[in-house]
Every structure is written in structure tokens, then in C-alpha cells.
Design a protein around this ligand. Structure first.
Ligand code: PGA
Length: 304
């Protein structure tokens, strides 16, 4: 049995997408070419690799095993490629990074400088909420993760990097805006906009409210910090957001309320699975992230 590397690549791409057409697009091949390659591979192996139920394409059991094998082979090859380029004095390859939504206000800025320093590194950045990130961790989908509360049930290496204060945000015309040291119980009477279940921000807010027996009425649930800012500015209610997400807008159409027990002092950390063999590229980014945040090189990295 001697499948070619090309056939395995075609198969891996089709299995990942669950579609021959999308595999053909990714590999710049025609759909019949993909189909022929997979037919030949299946003949070489002696088992069908896909089965079609209705319009949906599924992997057979052998197909599933081969998919895992292919992923391991291509990951090893990527590693090897990175080792070779490192020996040649070039850091190049692909970095798979995943962060929680609140990090989108600083990670892309860091990446800009990083890419200037290492033009040979391509980056895939996945931005999602805390719960989805935890799932990605369990499935070992990325090299590095940036989030506030690294899950306790996973064996992780964790390095804190930047503070992430969570603040109460309202319209500047809100009656509480400008008041000092507002009692947290006052929030009981407020219309509240909350992030979706699964959000780490929501978890932190809920934990503080439980601790102080605050029960807000959730008027609106939104899965995006940007949409929440628009809803606050539009007068729909107040919310709790990462201070990083305000980008200076607290001086124009949003106000930070001075509520007792706020800000909730969170900390973003960079984390990776303990058993993970970090690629040269991932190590390079990790060192970069730790060094720029340690030196607090960017003014937006610290809040009073
Ligand atoms: P999230 O982010 O609310 O987008 O899940 C939380 C965090 O900072 O970990």
C-alpha cells in the first residue's frame, strides 16, 4: 500500500471540509481531480473512505482513522519545515492563535509589530468566546491561547500577560454617570445588557453579582462587545465590558460608572497545553508576547 503524499493532502482537505468542492477550491484543483485522487486512494487502501447520506458527505470508520493519521503526518511535516527554516536562520511557518473576543482589542495590534519582525510567519487568529476557546483547547486545535480564566480541568502552562479590568458602562446622560462610589445594590434597578452564556466576561460579572446578592434584570443578551456598546449608546441599558473594548470612547458616547467593587480586576494570560511540543514559530511568538507585555511597551496596556 503506497498512497502518495499528494493523495493524502487531497483526502485530508476534503475530510476537513466535508466537501470535495471546497477541497478543490482550497487546493486550486478541479472537483473531478479531487474525486479521482480520492477514488484511487480508496482503491489503494482497499476500503471506502467517504459515504454519502442524502447530500451530506461522511467519513467511514477507515476514513476517520486515515484523517487522524493525515493530521499527525502533516503536523509533523510542518514542524520539520519550521526546524529546517530555523536552521537556515529564518523563522517561518504558521502560527495558530486563538483568543477570547475581548482580546481582539489588543492582539491584532501586537501581531502587526510581530509580523514586521518576522515576515516569514503566517498567522491564523481565531477569536471566539471563553467556552468555545475551552473546546478548542480540549481538541488541541491551536498553538497558543489568550484568555482570562484558564480552565482548571486542563493541564496547561500559563503566563499572565496584561490586565483586563471590567467596568460598568452607561450612556453619558445616564443619571448615575458622574456620581461617586455608587452602591452595587443600585444596579438591581437597572436595565442590563449581558454577554451571551459561555462568555468569560459574563461569568466574572455573574460571580460578583452572586457574591453581593445583586439580581439584575437582563433586558438584552448580545454575543458581541461592539453590539453591546452600540446598545448602550442607543440607551437600551447599562453593561459590564472590558475597559480595553472602549478604545477611548468613554470620553464621547459612553461613560464608565464608579460602582463599588468595580473594576473587576481580570488578567489575560497566554496558555498552551502542557504536553504540547511548541513549534519554533509558537515559541517565538510566546517570547515576543511576554517581552512586550513585561516592558508594557504599548500605552494602552496599562490602566490606572
Ligand atoms: P469573553 O472573554 O467574554 O469574550 O468570553 C472573556 C475573557 O477575557 O477571558
Amino acid at each position: 500500500m503506497q498512497p502518495t503524499l499528494h493523495q493524502l493532502k487531497v483526502f485530508e482537505t476534503a475530510a476537513r471540509h466535508g466537501s470535495f468542492t471546497r477541497a478543490a477550491e482550497e487546493l486550486y484543483l478541479t472537483q473531478p481531480t479531487v474525486s479521482i485522487q480520492i477514488k484511487q486512494l480508496s482503491k489503494t487502501i482497499g476500503f471506502p473512505l467517504f459515504e454519502k447520506l442524502g447530500k451530506q458527505l461522511y467519513l467511514t470508520e477507515v476514513g476517520n482513522r486515515l484523517f487522524s493519521t493525515c493530521q499527525a503526518i502533516f503536523e509533523e511535516l510542518d514542524q520539520f519545515e519550521m526546524i529546517v527554516s530555523d536552521l537556515q536562520g529564518m523563522t517561518q511557518g504558521k502560527l495558530h492563535l486563538a483568543t477570547v473576543t475581548t482580546c481582539k482589542y489588543f492582539v491584532p495590534r501586537l501581531l502587526g509589530n510581530f509580523c514586521d519582525q518576522y515576515p516569514g510567519i503566517d498567522i491564523s487568529l481565531k477569536i471566539t468566546n471563553h467556552l468555545q476557546l475551552e473546546k478548542r483547547m480540549m481538541e488541541n486545535q491551536d498553538d497558543l491561547y489568550i484568555l482570562s480564566h484558564p480552565p482548571q480541568n486542563l493541564d496547561l502552562r500559563v503566563q499572565p500577560v496584561i490586565k483586563n479590568p471590567l467596568v460598568v458602562v452607561a450612556q453619558p446622560t445616564h443619571p448615575l454617570a458622574g456620581q461617586k462610589n455608587i452602591d452595587i445594590s443600585v444596579l438591581n434597578d437597572e436595565r442590563f445588557i449581558m454577554r451571551e452564556p459561555g462568555s468569560g466576561t459574563r461569568q466574572a460579572v455573574q460571580a460578583l453579582f452572586n457574591q453581593h446578592k445583586v439580581q439584575v434584570e437582563i433586558k438584552l443578551e448580545l454575543g458581541s462587545n461592539e453590539a453591546i456598546k452600540q446598545a448602550i449608546a442607543g440607551g437600551l441599558g447599562i453593561s459590564v465590558l472590558s475597559r480595553h473594548s472602549l478604545n477611548g470612547r468613554e470620553y464621547t458616547d459612553l461613560a464608565i460608572l464608579d460602582v463599588e467593587h468595580f473594576p473587576i480586576e481580570q488578567q489575560w494570560s497566554v496558555a498552551y497545553l502542557s504536553g504540547k511540543h511548541l513549534s519554533v514559530v509558537a515559541e517565538t511568538f510566546l517570547d515576543y508576547l511576554i517581552s512586550v507585555t513585561k516592558q508594557a511597551q504599548m500605552p494602552w496596556m496599562h490602566f490606572q
